[in-house]
Design a protein around this ligand. Structure first.
Ligand SMILES: Cc1cc2nc3c(=O)[nH]c(=O)nc-3n(C[C@H](O)[C@H](O)[C@H](O)COP(=O)(O)O)c2cc1C
Length: 231
């Protein structure tokens, strides 16, 4: 199935929860039209190879019949290539880049939200996507920053040069983890500055909140829902 062009609702990746079996049953119970795509929890490189269970997730028979976007987390261009190659081998043509994971072990190693400050790596990713991965279609999922909600600016300038399908924004800092104030003013600024369609992500637990996002930010292309799909 293809992602639709109209306002889109995505299922967010959640490690340990949005596994192949959950995705399969959610899709069976709520039907093909309920979400435009499911995202795998991030795939990562561990001890020099792509984590085996991430590869098993990609190849699971439970993925049949639904639109799945493999997500990757990386700290350098070598990990980026290894993960993209695995996605290719598994027969997928889409990938989502994790630029928002707030877990300190990941951030301190420069992965997830830690990438937002690594402009050199983002430039390298931009060049490598153009030169080597023209057959894959990329999206990104980001936070506003690690410590402060205005750290996204330099990263966005580079992301604007990459041909992304869309960019999902969770308007918190990594320091906040998954609770606390949402920086909606900064979100509106990302929306205005992004060259790509922007997907809103954060604290949606009731259907009417989707309408509220659509009317408050008419430029938003869709929403991504994580914990709300479990509540
Ligand atoms: C336990 C847990 C695991 C998560 N794992 C991932 C992940 O693998 N990749 C990712 O991009 N986001 C991950 N997230 C973040 C969610 O995708 C989402 O951005 C966040 O929960 C905010 O959206 P929500 O309020 O709709 O849940 C995780 C969140 C939680 C709570």
């Amino acid at each position: 199935m293809e992602e639709k062009n109209s306002f889109m609702i995505f299922s967010a990746p959640i490690q340990g929860l949005t596994d192949p079996v959950w995705r399969h049953f959610h899709h069976q119970v709520y039907g093909g039209g309920s979400v435009a795509a499911y995202h795998t929890p991030f795939m990562r490189v561990e001890r020099g190879e792509v984590r085996r269970r991430d590869v098993r997730d990609l190849k699971s028979e439970f993925n049949q019949g639904l639109t799945l976007v493999p997500q990757i987390i990386f700290r350098d261009i070598k990990e980026f290539r290894m993960l993209c190659d695995e996605i290719r081998i598994a027969g997928y043509s889409v990938a989502d880049m994790n630029m928002g994971c707030p877990f300190p072990p990941q951030v301190h190693h420069g992965r997830g939200a830690g990438i937002l400050g690594n402009i050199e790596l983002l430039r390298e990713v931009s060049a490598v996507i153009t030169a080597e991965y023209g057959d894959l279609s990329f999206s990104a999922k980001m936070r506003l920053g690690v410590e402060c909600p205005d750290e996204w600016r330099d990263a966005l300038a580079v992301l604007n040069t990459i041909p992304l399908r869309h960019m999902t924004v969770h308007p918190r800092t990594a320091r906040q983890q998954y609770s606390g104030d949402l920086f909606m003013d900064e979100f509106a600024m990302v929306l205005g500055a992004s060259a790509h369609p922007v997907i809103y992500n954060g604290d949606i637990v009731r259907p009417e909140q989707i309408d509220e996002v659509m009317s408050a930010y008419p430029g938003v292309a869709g929403v991504m829902i994580g914990r709300g799909l479990f509540s």
